[in-house]
Write a protein that binds this ligand. Structure first.
Ligand code: CAA
Length: 377
């Protein structure tokens, strides 16, 4: 067992593995080619309640620790990183509410998720990527409503979410302290999804612009107070980044599994290629990196469960795990030789899937800034 988890979670890991082996792993190969969002796979996952793993027990969730959930998300990532990303990005959408919402807001979004809905998080804008505070989406208070106008981009679950947590400027003169966070529900007039991105990897996840044109929402959909939005967004990302590390470790684990199986089957010079010490060392290095990444993920999640500071550890987990996922995926292709470069075999997809984890939820350069700031401070 890679993660040390509860007895209850051990049974669930087996259930998720069986589900992914039967319903996700092979099926996602075709969707990876077409780029179509595999609704029928997600419908089956929702039947199992997999979208609700992160819902806290007090709001009707399964009552798992974060490390328990990591063991389950890793199984999903081993099967298909896009699938795991969709589930995890839904949890990302829920986090601002769980961090800063009222009891009523928390129960509202948890109920949506428990009933089979997905969430999304809308921070990034065309002119505000790494510089997350540079967004120009506006929210203007009119009576007991806010009116939102602007465009968010690269939003995971953008076209399929049932609710969105969206940052918008309520007072431009205050810079990042003029940013607020709002809960916007699907179906609100003026809210729409823009074009879907045709991505290099995680092609079974949905990534779109989210367009806000005179979107009127009740004033009580403000999360926290006006001006709290940037801080809530940063706290959200502090948690969410570890989950990106978790999925990255899952991609790396798949790379090891595939390389090992191929190494045992592929005969060259009259013996399986895994009999060569050069390749055994390659596998050993892949295992060292993957296991280290996984334990960093577990460490950051344990700190979160203990409610002690974890920004630095979460950034390390995300940064390290995504860097090694790229290395391990590349080494896995190397084990396969020419076949590894072919779409007929499963390992080239791992490299394509891994790349985004060095970029989204804060590039690994931003993670190094977060790590340095937390260390120097
Ligand atoms: N927790 C709480 N507060 C925080 C914080 C944190 N982790 N980080 C910063 N703040 C607060 C600061 O304390 C400061 O407030 P005070 O002045 O009161 O102290 C305020 O926020 C501004 O802080 P900074 O001056 O440090 O902010 P900055 O503008 O320099 O930005 C940054 C810092 C770390 C670079 C930040 O902009 C950042 O994280 N950028 C990357 C954005 C990112 O990760 N985007 C990913 C989007 S999500 C995604 O990828 C979508 C998806 O669907 C997968």
């Amino acid at each position: 067992m890679a993660y040390i988890i509860s007895e209850e979670a051990k049974d669930l890991v087996q259930d998720v593995k069986n589900f992914c082996d039967n319903e996700v792993k092979e099926q996602c190969k075709e969707y990876d080619r077409s780029g179509e969002w595999p609704k029928e796979i997600y419908d089956k996952a929702i039947e199992q309640g997999y979208q609700a793993l992160e819902v806290p027990e007090e709001y009707g969730g399964p009552g798992l620790s974060r490390v328990d959930v990591a063991a389950l998300i890793e199984q999903m990532a081993i099967a298909d990183a896009g699938f795991a990303t969709t589930i995890s990005a839904s949890g990302l959408g829920m986090k601002p509410v769980l961090i800063a919402g009222t009891e009523e807001q928390k129960q509202r979004v948890c109920d949506i998720v428990l009933e089979g809905g997905f969430g999304a998080f809308g921070l990034t804008e065309p002119g505000a990527g790494s510089d997350a505070g540079a967004g120009v989406t506006k929210a203007v208070r009119e009576g007991d409503e806010y009116v939102l106008n602007g465009r968010k981009c690269f939003i995971t679950n953008g076209a399929i979410a049932d609710f969105y947590c969206i940052t918008a400027m309520t007072d431009k003169s205050k810079g990042v302290k003029g940013i607020s966070m709002f809960l916007v529900e699907k179906g609100t007039p003026g809210l729409s999804a823009g074009n879907e991105e045709d991505k290099l990897g995680i092609r079974t996840s949905n990534t779109t612009d989210v367009v806000l044109e005179d979107v009127r929402i009740p004033a009580e959909n403000l999360l926290g107070n006006e001006g709290d939005g940037f801080k809530i967004a940063m706290q959200t990302l502090d948690q969410a980044r570890t989950w990106m590390g978790c999925i990255s470790a899952g991609i790396a684990q798949r790379g090891i599994d595939e390389a090992l199986q191929y190494g045992k089957e592929r005969i060259q010079f009259g013996k399986p290629i895994i009999k060569n010490q050069a390749l055994q060392f390659k596998i050993a290095d892949m295992v060292i990196k993957t296991e280290t990444a996984r334990q960093m993920v577990a460490h950051a999640l344990t700190l979160m469960d203990m409610e002690v500071p974890y920004s630095k550890e979460s950034a390390i987990a995300k940064c390290y795990a995504s860097d090694i996922a790229m290395e391990v995926a590349s080494e896995s292709i190397q084990m396969f030789g020419g076949y590894g470069y072919s779409r007929e075999y499963p390992v080239e997809k791992l490299l394509r899937d891994a790349k985004i984890f060095q970029i989204f939820e804060g590039t690994n350069e931003i993670q190094r800034i977060v790590i340095a700031n937390n260390t120097i401070r």
